[in-house]
Design a protein around this ligand. Structure first.
Ligand code: 5GP
Ligand code: ZN
Length: 112
């Protein structure tokens, strides 16, 4: 999608703090981090969110990227949280599928 910020970031049209990428996925640091580790994992193709008929291969690549990000950021052993805000009630603000990978701090239970 031509006017989508995450399409532009994932396809190198806008510079970013890239943590990991492969053919299908890019992972970069959130510009407004909510934890010491806060990385966004996104597909390079545009999908609106998790219910947008995302191919299994892309979901598998995103899951693989989550593990790589956790390893690179040093939270694979200590633990981390993965969040996919989906739709209005969840507060999704960027309408390109993304998974938040949050870690580096002990998180309270709250909603989860
Ligand atoms: P959502 O609320 O849609 O789940 O999360 C969107 C996230 O994208 C927010 O945490 C926000 O800080 C982040 N974000 C929005 N625009 C940009 C951007 O241009 N660059 C980066 N690195 N993060 C962004
Ligand atoms: Zn997009």
């Amino acid at each position: 999608m031509s006017d989508c910020i995450f399409c532009k970031i994932a396809n190198h049209e806008i510079p970013t703090s890239l943590v990991y990428e492969d053919d299908l996925v890019a992972a970069f640091r959130d510009m407004n981090p909510q934890a010491p580790v806060h990385v966004l994992v996104v597909p390079k193709e545009h999908y609106t969110n998790i219910v947008d008929e995302v191919p299994a291969q892309t979901l598998a690549a995103m899951a693989h990227a989550v593990k790589e990000v956790a390893r690179i950021e040093g939270v694979l052993e200590s633990g981390f949280r993965v969040i996919a805000n989906t739709g209005e009630d969840a507060g999704q603000t960027v309408h390109h599928l993304h998974w938040h990978v949050l870690g580096g701090v002990h998180m309270s239970e709250g909603m989860l």
